[in-house]
Design a protein around this ligand. Structure first.
Ligand SMILES: NC(=O)c1ccc[n+]([C@@H]2O[C@H](COP(=O)([O-])OP(=O)(O)OC[C@H]3O[C@@H](n4cnc5c(N)ncnc54)[C@H](O)[C@@H]3O)[C@@H](O)[C@H]2O)c1
Length: 326
């Protein structure tokens, strides 16, 4: 069976979803909506499909099977709830929503609509990350003892859309946006939820009213400590996660490579090739629809990522360790 897919938002990431659909016989893009009409028109023309300025009108007229939501964060809840209320399954970009209250409203709308929703936490579908997860689950390095996750890259680049710098539209800065990926990575790799956080956030000289960086100490439910450090200020680019175990260590450069040590120097290990992460994401959602199951990045899981992000800012404001809301 084929699925008709409507895309809400014709910005940067919409292209990745449309490209994935081109490689999947079972998915057919049917329409695209964006308030920036020129953007919607350009992408729609590329795919020979109609464009809309109003995504609600698009959903009502086109009646797609699946809606892909690629909007600024403050619109995720509204669009996901609307699509679900019209009987569309939803592929929702990360983070799930601005806060856990909004996540709960999405969950309610999805259950009421009898549809499936998954959040596109792309980390789960990256070939190098999947190889790292297989090493961890294989147990050859022993039990995990700690994690050090560092991601530094200039945040205020010319290509970054302006809404990312408005707290009211983005929720926060680098810790909300790239932090969601790191939190997801830590929770997924450990198979545990983060339970406690202590964070310190830096706002100096960043565009808009978002933070430019910060560091956090996290602890998972069973007590695995993790440090998360992100800087959006200019400087050398770093994207590295190191896992330490009772019998070795592992260095993960997402999208680039994996190194393992059983006591000596790091040695690079092979990474089996995988389909494009956006294709794998769609396959997960389709499996959930067909088998009436939760996708890998379920709503409950994706809500937990938002809960940790919220806790980072709360801990910073309080100047104290903060328990992550359940
Ligand atoms: N998975 C990943 O690796 C990844 C990478 C980049 C972005 N993202 C996520 O994708 C989402 C979109 O990010 P982006 O970089 O594509 O942003 P973007 O600004 O390029 O795209 C968003 C689009 O939404 C449109 N829009 C705004 N309000 C609208 C409305 N009311 N109705 C219809 N269209 C509207 C804008 O005009 C814009 O074209 C965010 O959630 C972001 O965090 C994920």
């Amino acid at each position: 069976m084929g699925y008709r897919v409507a895309v809400i938002g014709a910005g940067i990431i919409a292209g990745s979803h449309l490209k994935a659909m081109r490689n999947m016989d079972v998915l057919a893009p049917c329409a695209i909506a964006d308030i920036a009409r020129d953007r919607a028109n350009a992408l729609a023309a590329e795919h020979g499909i109609p464009s809309y300025a109003d995504y609600k009108e698009m959903i009502d007229k086109e009646r797609p099977d699946i809606a892909v939501v690629t909007l600024p964060h403050y619109l995720h809840k509204e669009a996901a709830c609307y699509a679900a209320s019209r009987g569309c399954h939803v592929m929702l970009e990360k983070p799930m929503a601005m806060n856990v209250r909004e996540c709960d409203q999405i969950v309610e709308a999805v259950y009421a609509g009898g549809v499936k929703l998954m959040v596109g936490h792309t980390q789960h579908y990256d070939a190098v990350n999947l190889a790292a997860k297989a090493w961890i689950d294989g147990g050859r390095l022993g039990r995990m003892t700690m994690i050090d996750d560092r991601r530094h890259q200039r945040y205020d680049t010319p290509s970054r859309p302006a809404w990312f710098f408005e707290k009211a539209k983005a929720g926060g800065g680098i810790l909300t946006n790239l932090g969601s990926h790191s939190i997801d990575k830590i929770q997924w790799m450990t198979g545990e939820r983060i339970a406690r956080v202590t964070a310190s956030v830096r706002y100096a000289d960043m565009r808009g009213d978002i933070e430019g960086g910060g560091s956090a100490f996290l602890a998972t439910e069973s007590g695995i400590p993790a440090t998360l450090s992100q800087s959006g200020y200019p400087g050398a680019v770093v994207d590295e996660t190191e896992f330490r175990f009772t019998g070795g260590s592992m260095k993960l450069l997402t999208g680039r490579g994996l190194w393992v040590s059983d006591g000596g120097d790091y040695e690079q290990v092979p990474v089996p090739p995988q389909p494009d992460p956006f294709v794998r994401q769609f396959e997960d959602l389709l499996g959930a629809i067909r088998d009436n199951r939760e996708p890998e990045c379920s709503m409950a899981y994706s809500r937990s990522v938002v809960a940790v992000v919220e806790s980072l800012y709360r801990s910073h404001q309080r100047g104290a360790e903060t328990a992550v809301e359940r």
